[in-house]
Design a binder for this molecule. Structure first.
Ligand SMILES: *Cc1c(COP(=O)(O)O)cnc(C)c1O
Length: 319
């Protein structure tokens, strides 16, 4: 038995008692105080690959408040890897919360407009970037490539030692994390488990195909998973003041901090599903806390959230 890298914590909430369900949270937000939970898992084997090959640096993509950009910049800094971030947006974003830190850790930010950013998966654009930044290892947006899968799959290896459960829930952005969990579950071949993804963006149906693409061959038949697409709250990064209030109340109730872009949308979906009678009595649910708390810094800075409502925000400074 390996020592799990993050704890599994039981959550107390009146609704859980009322509906007689058991809810635990896998605290991947605590994996590292700077590298956000699932990004740590996804970067693990990417960085291992990178360090074994003769690249001069690494390059990746993200929005100007991206958890991935933040995590990637720090991880490269730790391993002395020069890194480039292709950032969607204008150069004045360079002074925002996330990018200030990314640059502090040595990331070189290369800003592109939305139209250019849309080309981020096109081979011709990647060729152009390769010419501009020769011999850089390119990692896609969100860190979701084939190296991400075994890293996230380790969540299941740990969980299988930590507790028996029926349903594992994760927020879904690009689908890499969900694919990693499915892959990890397929190894144990435990068909008792159900893995539920909550899409945090609008019209997320396409993500089903993305997840299937990311699954390694041996996991493609493992179909005990489902993506729910109705809990996006208006789209990526969007939430209203009532959504924020419900997340803040949940955080106060449980003592764990969830943010409104990813993990908080999973919480709102959980609460809605409970009252809709989605779960059976005694169902044992595990929530994957994917981290992302650095994102609160930008939302507070923009005045979208009030700092006093987020007292559990961890310190993001390493120095
Ligand atoms: C990136 C991110 C996700 C989404 O993960 P994907 O692998 O892109 O689906 C979920 N939660 C947090 C906190 C994230 O930063």
């Amino acid at each position: 038995m390996h020592k799990p890298l993050s704890i599994l914590q039981k959550l107390e909430h009146p609704l859980f008692d009322k509906y007689n369900i058991d809810v635990r949270v896998k605290r991947d937000d605590m994996l590292h105080n700077i590298i956000s939970g699932n990004k740590w898992r996804k970067l693990k084997y990417n960085l291992e690959y990178l360090s074994k090959h003769n690249y001069v640096g690494a390059l990746t993509f993200g929005g100007s408040y991206s958890n991935h950009i933040h995590a990637f910049a720090y991880a490269c800094h730790q391993q002395n890897i020069p890194c480039i971030g292709i950032i969607r947006g204008e150069a004045h974003y360079a002074s925002n919360f996330t990018l200030r830190w990314a640059q502090h850790w040595g990331m070189q930010c290369h800003f592109v407009d939305r139209k250019t950013y849309r080309r981020r998966f096109e081979p011709s654009y990647l060729d152009e970037l390769n010419q501009l930044y020769p011999n850089h290892f390119i990692i896609p947006e969100g860190g979701s490539n084939s190296f991400a899968i075994p890293g996230v799959a380790e969540v299941l290896t740990e969980l299988n030692d930590q507790a028996e459960f029926d349903t594992l829930i994760t927020p879904v952005g690009s689908g890499g994390t969900l694919a990693g969990l499915i892959s990890g579950d397929s190894v144990a071949n435990n068909t008792q488990h159900k893995i539920l993804g909550i899409a945090v963006l609008k019209q997320g149906e396409y993500l089903v195909e993305e997840v299937k693409q990311l699954l390694p061959h041996e996991a493609k038949q493992h179909n005990n998973w489902q993506l729910l697409t109705q809990f996006h709250r208006g789209g990526y990064g969007k939430f209203n003041s009532d959504d924020a209030k419900r997340i803040i109340a949940f955080n106060q109730q449980t003592g764990v901090c969830f943010e409104p872009i990813y993990s908080g949308k999973m919480i709102l979906a959980l609460l809605d599903l409970i009252t809709q009678g989605y779960f059976k009595p005694k169902e044992r649910i595990v929530l994957l806390h994917t981290g992302g708390l650095q994102g609160l810094g930008g939302m507070i800075e923009q005045g979208r959230l009030d700092a006093k409502d987020w007292p559990t925000l961890p310190s993001l400074s390493d120095e």
